[in-house]
Design a protein around this ligand. Structure first.
Ligand code: MG
Length: 155
């Protein structure tokens, strides 16, 4: 078995789309980044990198590379899924915590799960998702950023 952990945080900006787990969530702000800013897919990609002892996403997809400006984070995750395939590993489960003051994400759990389930080719009951606030404290509590933790287990 192999376990990996990933974390990411992005700043919320007006005029950006909010993309989480590969789906668009209607909101007045979106996550700013060199890519589409999908913190969930970034944390997931880094968790896979950790489990499989592969370079992190900042190494393989540096934010100084103009060729990857505004790319979908699905392309980033796709690279890490190719490592999973190469090493003949199988997802046991993934678990994640999204930390956001707003928007409220509970209504989006099923859609995010479905998106990840299709992308990772794993059953939805192998995906855990939770959203937490920071009780209105700090950067996230002031609605200036969204962060995400992800743990993956492979067998
Ligand atoms: Mg990121």
């Amino acid at each position: 078995m192999k376990i990996g952990i990933g974390f990411d945080i992005h700043i919320l900006k007006k005029g950006r789309k909010l993309i989480l787990g590969g789906i668009e969530i209607p909101f007045n702000y979106g996550l700013y980044g060199h890519s589409d800013g999908d913190v969930l897919l970034h944390a997931l990609s880094d968790a896979i990198a950790g489990a499989l002892s592969k370079p992190d996403i900042g190494t393989l997809f540096p934010d100084t590379d103009p060729k990857i400006k505004n790319i979908s984070s699905k392309i980033i995750l796709g690279k890490y899924l190719s490592f999973v395939k190469e090493l003949n590993m199988k997802f046991s489960n993934i678990d994640m915590v999204i930390i956001a003051e707003e928007p409220k994400l509970q209504v989006w759990y099923e859609k995010i799960k479905k998106s990840l389930s299709l992308f990772l080719n794993i059953p939805q009951d192998c995906i855990g998702i939770k959203a937490k606030t920071t009780e209105r404290t700090g950067l996230i509590g002031e609605k200036k950023a969204i962060a995400c933790w992800v743990v993956v287990l492979f067998e």
